[in-house]
Design a binder for this molecule. Structure first.
Ligand code: MG
Length: 159
Protein backbone atom coordinates (compact mmCIF):
# COMPACT_ATOMS: atom_id res chain seq x y z
CA UNK A 1 0.00 0.00 0.00
CA UNK A 2 1.17 3.52 -0.79
CA UNK A 3 0.28 6.53 1.34
CA UNK A 4 0.98 10.18 0.59
CA UNK A 5 1.35 13.03 3.07
CA UNK A 6 1.60 16.80 2.81
CA UNK A 7 3.21 19.25 5.23
CA UNK A 8 3.57 23.01 5.34
CA UNK A 9 5.19 25.40 7.78
CA UNK A 10 6.12 29.06 8.09
CA UNK A 11 8.39 30.76 10.60
CA UNK A 12 9.28 34.40 11.07
CA UNK A 13 12.78 35.58 10.12
CA UNK A 14 14.30 37.59 12.94
CA UNK A 15 17.64 39.09 13.95
CA UNK A 16 19.82 37.35 16.47
CA UNK A 17 19.18 33.72 15.58
CA UNK A 18 21.16 31.33 13.36
CA UNK A 19 19.38 30.26 10.18
CA UNK A 20 18.81 26.49 10.41
CA UNK A 21 17.14 24.91 7.38
CA UNK A 22 17.03 21.22 6.63
CA UNK A 23 19.23 20.56 9.65
CA UNK A 24 22.18 22.68 8.49
CA UNK A 25 23.22 26.19 9.46
CA UNK A 26 23.20 28.65 6.56
CA UNK A 27 25.18 31.88 6.85
CA UNK A 28 22.69 34.78 6.96
CA UNK A 29 22.06 37.79 9.14
CA UNK A 30 18.75 36.45 10.46
CA UNK A 31 17.26 33.17 11.63
CA UNK A 32 13.89 31.52 12.10
CA UNK A 33 11.96 32.24 15.26
CA UNK A 34 10.42 29.26 17.01
CA UNK A 35 10.02 27.24 20.18
CA UNK A 36 12.44 24.77 18.57
CA UNK A 37 15.38 25.77 16.39
CA UNK A 38 12.73 27.06 13.93
CA UNK A 39 13.65 24.68 11.11
CA UNK A 40 10.50 25.13 8.99
CA UNK A 41 11.74 22.70 6.32
CA UNK A 42 12.19 19.79 8.72
CA UNK A 43 8.84 20.62 10.32
CA UNK A 44 7.09 20.50 6.93
CA UNK A 45 8.74 17.16 6.10
CA UNK A 46 7.91 15.72 9.54
CA UNK A 47 4.27 16.80 9.10
CA UNK A 48 4.20 15.15 5.65
CA UNK A 49 5.37 11.86 7.20
CA UNK A 50 2.80 12.03 10.01
CA UNK A 51 0.13 13.14 7.57
CA UNK A 52 0.77 10.14 5.32
CA UNK A 53 -0.10 7.92 8.29
CA UNK A 54 -2.99 10.12 9.48
CA UNK A 55 -1.21 10.55 12.81
CA UNK A 56 -1.85 14.25 13.32
CA UNK A 57 0.89 16.87 13.25
CA UNK A 58 4.15 17.54 15.04
CA UNK A 59 2.40 19.95 17.40
CA UNK A 60 0.59 16.94 18.85
CA UNK A 61 3.77 14.88 19.16
CA UNK A 62 6.01 17.76 20.32
CA UNK A 63 3.75 20.32 22.05
CA UNK A 64 5.18 23.87 21.98
CA UNK A 65 4.02 24.16 25.59
CA UNK A 66 6.47 21.41 26.64
CA UNK A 67 9.58 23.06 28.15
CA UNK A 68 11.56 19.90 27.29
CA UNK A 69 11.25 20.75 23.60
CA UNK A 70 12.46 24.35 23.97
CA UNK A 71 15.29 24.98 21.52
CA UNK A 72 15.10 21.36 20.37
CA UNK A 73 17.17 20.37 17.34
CA UNK A 74 14.47 19.70 14.74
CA UNK A 75 16.52 16.77 13.42
CA UNK A 76 15.35 14.98 16.58
CA UNK A 77 11.74 15.72 15.65
CA UNK A 78 12.22 14.44 12.10
CA UNK A 79 14.17 11.36 13.22
CA UNK A 80 11.35 10.52 15.66
CA UNK A 81 8.78 10.79 12.85
CA UNK A 82 10.98 8.57 10.65
CA UNK A 83 11.02 6.04 13.47
CA UNK A 84 7.21 6.13 13.63
CA UNK A 85 7.08 5.43 9.88
CA UNK A 86 9.33 2.38 10.31
CA UNK A 87 7.42 1.10 13.35
CA UNK A 88 4.18 1.26 11.35
CA UNK A 89 5.81 -0.97 8.73
CA UNK A 90 6.34 1.65 6.04
CA UNK A 91 9.37 2.91 4.16
CA UNK A 92 9.85 6.36 2.66
CA UNK A 93 9.70 6.11 -1.13
CA UNK A 94 10.53 9.77 -1.67
CA UNK A 95 10.16 13.29 -0.32
CA UNK A 96 9.78 16.45 -2.39
CA UNK A 97 10.01 19.82 -0.66
CA UNK A 98 10.01 23.54 -1.45
CA UNK A 99 11.67 26.30 0.53
CA UNK A 100 10.19 29.69 -0.32
CA UNK A 101 12.36 32.71 0.48
CA UNK A 102 13.86 35.68 -1.35
CA UNK A 103 17.05 35.66 0.73
CA UNK A 104 19.40 33.98 1.24
CA UNK A 105 19.81 32.26 -2.10
CA UNK A 106 19.64 28.58 -1.18
CA UNK A 107 20.70 26.83 -4.37
CA UNK A 108 24.35 26.45 -3.20
CA UNK A 109 23.10 24.64 -0.07
CA UNK A 110 20.45 22.40 -1.61
CA UNK A 111 22.62 19.28 -1.90
CA UNK A 112 23.91 19.66 1.67
CA UNK A 113 20.30 20.02 2.86
CA UNK A 114 19.23 16.91 0.91
CA UNK A 115 22.08 14.92 2.45
CA UNK A 116 21.21 16.19 5.93
CA UNK A 117 17.53 15.26 5.60
CA UNK A 118 18.41 11.85 4.13
CA UNK A 119 20.94 11.11 6.90
CA UNK A 120 18.43 12.12 9.58
CA UNK A 121 15.89 9.68 8.12
CA UNK A 122 18.39 6.94 7.23
CA UNK A 123 17.51 7.00 3.52
CA UNK A 124 19.41 7.71 0.29
CA UNK A 125 19.77 11.38 -0.73
CA UNK A 126 18.32 10.38 -4.13
CA UNK A 127 14.97 9.95 -2.32
CA UNK A 128 14.98 13.57 -1.11
CA UNK A 129 14.28 16.54 -3.38
CA UNK A 130 14.59 20.11 -2.11
CA UNK A 131 13.76 23.05 -4.35
CA UNK A 132 14.53 26.70 -3.62
CA UNK A 133 11.82 29.13 -4.73
CA UNK A 134 11.07 32.81 -4.26
CA UNK A 135 7.71 34.45 -3.59
CA UNK A 136 8.30 37.04 -6.33
CA UNK A 137 8.59 39.76 -3.68
CA UNK A 138 4.96 39.31 -2.67
CA UNK A 139 3.56 39.22 0.86
CA UNK A 140 5.44 38.60 4.11
CA UNK A 141 7.62 35.87 2.57
CA UNK A 142 8.47 38.05 -0.41
CA UNK A 143 9.27 40.97 1.90
CA UNK A 144 11.70 38.81 3.88
CA UNK A 145 9.68 38.58 7.11
CA UNK A 146 9.30 34.79 6.99
CA UNK A 147 10.34 31.58 5.25
CA UNK A 148 7.66 29.12 4.15
CA UNK A 149 8.26 25.45 3.39
CA UNK A 150 6.10 22.67 2.09
CA UNK A 151 6.70 19.01 1.44
CA UNK A 152 5.08 15.85 0.21
CA UNK A 153 6.15 12.35 1.22
CA UNK A 154 5.24 9.01 -0.32
CA UNK A 155 5.34 5.93 1.91
CA UNK A 156 5.12 2.30 0.89
CA UNK A 157 4.38 -0.72 3.06
CA UNK A 158 1.78 -1.54 5.69
CA UNK A 159 -0.81 -4.26 5.10
MG1 MG B 1 7.32 24.90 12.72
Amino acid sequence: MNRIGFGEDIHRLVEGRPLILGGIEIPFGKGLLGHSDGDALLHAIADALLGALALGDIGAHFPPSDPRTEGIDSKKILAHCGEIVRKQGYEIVNIDANVVTEQPKLRPYVDAIRESVAATLGIEPSRVSVKAKTNEGLGPVGEGHAIRCNAVALLSGGE
